[in-house]
Design a protein around this ligand. Structure first.
Ligand code: B12
Length: 367
């Protein structure tokens, strides 16, 4: 492998950051692969079963804390931030209108997984082309430099590596926070054996004595600062959980039918959030301001059509109806809502029937 000098690697890193911006990323940072501090946190979280039915969080645990086990040869991780808060109907206005369906901001537009993976792969190709062109790697024996792009669904501790790369600090709500832009962003990574210099301009933890997120969580899912019991988190209950939503938590869910943003909406660092210009993340099908009964009336074909290329597609039609039934059970009583629920009382799925019965029961008790 042609030796690239330290100065050339430092210049290459700055070049990668410029290319990252061209691919739409707001910030790029580089870290090493030592995640020993987070291994303890992850083990403690798993030992308390805070991962609930997310078995994937426990099965390949070591790969998560040892990047070089996931991709042998990895010595550096390039982390990338992509903002997603686009202009949409005010979140609190929808949350406060109990006949409306609240869909978390990250899922209003196009699914971010494919988009981020594609752009990171393009960035990796740009880096490799540059090295090929400038260091004529072709006529040197293998191994050349390697790149693997990841976002969300891989056994990667994304927040931990992004924190090490200077993209922000892990806040008490476990979100990665940046002092100027808050937490409304996605993360993605490139694992590589390119010996880039690491970024050491770490963001200090600015949570201080604030505990707004801890107090605001509708289901009290925080076992303490930095510790989220996912089994109680509305995002987990409406997205990850495949079975019945525990009755004891249904009221607190309110009209949140896909994901939850409460611990972000109250965070003081989200006050000045930038509005993303990413057209792909703009709300589709007025999902930022939809009535619960309208969405509950969708047949499966409409659901599949309206959620094409959206993160919502992941939960499938039955869980969509399950979540909406809970929302309708928490909505102000009206004949139209009761009629909409009665239409699904004999639905083919027991999951839908049971949550629909529960919703009708709520209205019966209230009237
Ligand atoms: C599993 C998962 C979930 C689960 C569990 C969340 C959780 N906190 O673990 C559920 C389904 C609940 C969830 C919800 C959401 N998620 Co999610 N999720 C993930 C996933 C796949 C793994 C997270 C993980 O490793 N959890 C393991 C536990 C142990 O980690 P942790 O709770 O974050 O704790 C860490 C720190 O708090 C720290 N820590 C623990 N204790 C202590 C103590 C101290 C003193 C300190 C300093 C640190 C510390 O160490 C732990 C390990 O790093 C990541 C993608 C990825 N591969 O990383 C996306 C990811 C974290 N999710 C993301 C998003 C956007 C969300 C939602 C906002 C979506 C929504 N609107 O509904 C919510 C936010 C809820 C929340 N407050 O976290 C983004 C976050 C981006 C950001 N700015 O931080 C990620 C990075 C996906 C992506 N690629 O963009 N998610």
């Amino acid at each position: 492998m042609t030796a690239i000098s330290t100065a050339e690697l430092a210049e290459l890193k700055q070049q990668i950051k410029r290319w990252g911006k061209q691919f739409g990323f707001q910030k790029i940072g580089v870290s090493d692969i030592d995640l020993s501090q987070h291994e303890h946190y992850l083990n403690r979280w798993l030992a308390q079963h805070f991962h609930g039915s997310m078995d994937y969080m426990a099965t390949r645990q070591h790969l998560r804390t040892q990047p070089a086990s996931l991709v042998p040869g990895t010595i550096r991780i390039i982390s990338a931030r992509l903002d997603y808060f686009t202009s949409a109907t005010d979140a609190n206005a929808v949350l406060n209108d109990k006949a409306k369906a609240y869909i978390s901001r990250y899922a209003l537009g196009r699914d971010y997984h494919k988009l981020i993976r594609k752009r990171l792969s393009q960035l990796a190709k740009q880096i490799d082309d540059y090295l090929q062109d400038n260091y004529s790697l072709d006529d040197t024996p293998e191994p050349h430099y390697q790149y693997r792009a990841f976002t969300d669904s891989a056994p990667v501790l994304e927040r931990a590596v992004a924190e090490k790369a200077g993209l922000g600090w892990i806040g008490k709500n476990t979100m990665l926070l940046h002092e100027k832009v808050g937490s409304w962003f996605f993360l993605g990574e490139i694992y590589t054996n390119l010996p880039l210099p690491v970024d050491d301009d770490h963001q200090p933890n600015r949570c201080g004595s604030c505990n707004a997120c801890q107090v605001a969580c509708p289901t009290n899912a925080f076992a303490g600062p930095y510790q989220l019991d996912a089994r109680k988190c509305i995002s987990y209950l409406t997205i990850e959980l495949k079975t019945a939503i525990p009755e004891s938590l249904r009221k607190a869910i309110g009209n949140r039918v896909f994901g939850c943003d409460d611990c972000q909406l109250v965070c003081p660092f989200n006050k000045w959030r930038p509005v993303s210009k990413e057209q792909d993340f703009s709300p589709r099908h007025q999902l930022d301001n939809a009535a619960l009964i309208d969405l509950f009336a969708w047949d499966e074909e409409t659901f599949l059509h309206k959620t094409q290329g959206s993160a919502i597609r992941r939960i499938g039609y039955l869980r969509w109806l399950r979540n909406l039934a809970v929302g309708l059970g928490n909505a102000p009583s009206s004949q139209s809502i009761i009629d909409a629920l009665k239409i699904r009382i004999n639905h083919g799925s027991e999951l839908v029937r049971e949550h629909t019965r529960w919703a009708l029961q709520q209205h019966k008790q209230r009237n």
